[in-house]
Design a protein around this ligand. Structure first.
Ligand code: PSU
Ligand code: MN
Length: 306
């Protein structure tokens, strides 16, 4: 079987599924290497893959290993990614550099979207999207995830946008970029740890088949770019906004005091929030990623059958 793109290494199982039109769900790897501590990260990554299989789709975790973009990782590769401190966080701008130098890289939402699309995958599951950082109107710290959503035809399932970002401005930028933002089963746009963000969701759909139909309609009309599919964290797992926002603000202030900026800021904040919440945020993070995996598999199955 030939790979769908000469620069990608596609796992056999993923290549077979893609060749036969069977459902495939891409997964990012920054969440593994820079979003959760070892070994919970690797354990979660494996469980998430299993949930996708149980949902009738083939999981394809995306990362760069020895400079080669990989679509689908085996157990040893997942472990390396989750435990090796030299794995770089790789967004779009870093991708050529890490490939040319033969290094290991964990892909963000932006670079995972791009590599998934090169492989022919249309559905991708993550935890939270990048966006406009608080103060972004001055610092201009706006995640390349948003740019990528305007360019690349992949539906991205997430639990919304963390309130460590500026959620209102993130939604505004997505509107400007022409990216549909659809919340599943709710009128409120979710904020990762909480089911609500205080912002109305621009669009709402209730069923995976409806999301698949919206994907077909968008790309059928030649409207390039992705779609944000926001999936609120299950009620039993949510951390109320009032509770988490204190910790988030504390972490944001610490980042400012320490002068942490750029690509390092999101990993720093995620790590600090886990510490400040005594692991409570990690528990919620794992629960919402699993919830997203189950939804993503259903969307991929519906899309493959439509
Ligand atoms: N938000 C989370 N967890 C994460 C990330 C964001 O709740 O792991 C990661 C994702 O990989 C996302 C990236 O694409 O951080 C955004 O980083 P930046 O803001 O540097 O683009
Ligand atoms: Mn940034």
């Amino acid at each position: 079987m030939t790979d769908p793109h000469p620069m990608l290494a596609v796992a056999a199982e993923v290549a077979e599924a893609l060749a036969s039109g069977a459902p495939v769900v891409a997964l990012e790897s920054t969440i593994i290497s820079h979003g959760m501590p070892y070994p919970k990260n690797v354990q979660t990554a494996r469980e998430v893959e299993q949930i996708i299989r149980d949902g009738g789709a083939v999981p394809a975790t995306v990362a760069v290993l020895h400079g080669v973009p990989r679509i689908g990782l085996d157990d040893a590769e997942l472990d390396l990614l989750g435990s090796d401190p030299h794995v770089r966080k790789v967004s779009i701008r870093d991708l050529p550099h890490v490939v040319a130098r033969g290094e290991h890289g964990a892909t963000t939402v932006a670079s995972t979207m791009r590599l998934a699309a090169l492989a022919g995958i249309r559905v991708f599951v993550t935890g939270g999207l990048g966006g406009v950082h608080r103060g972004g109107e001055l610092s201009m710290d706006v995640s390349a995830d948003l740019t990528e959503l305007s360019l690349t035809d992949v539906a991205v399932v997430s639990a919304g946008v963390k309130s460590l970002l500026d959620i209102g401005r993130t939604l505004e930028v997505l509107e400007t970029l022409g990216v549909p933002v659809v919340t599943i089963g709710s009128d409120d746009f979710p904020s990762f740890y909480s089911r609500s963000s205080g912002f109305a969701s621009p669009l709402r759909l209730d069923e995976p088949a409806e999301v698949a139909a919206a994907m077909r309609a968008k790309w059928g009309l030649g409207i390039a770019g992705g779609m944000v599919v926001a999936n609120p964290i299950p009620l039993a797992d949510e951390i109320p906004e009032a509770e988490i926002s204190l910790l988030i603000t504390r972490a944001v202030n610490e980042a400012e005091e320490k002068g942490i900026t750029g690509a390092a800021i999101t990993p720093f904040l995620l790590g600090r929030i886990v510490e400040l919440s005594d692991g409570e945020s990690l528990r919620a993070n794992i629960a919402l990623v699993k919830n997203n995996a189950a939804l993503g598999a259903r969307i991929a199955v519906a899309y493959a059958g439509s």
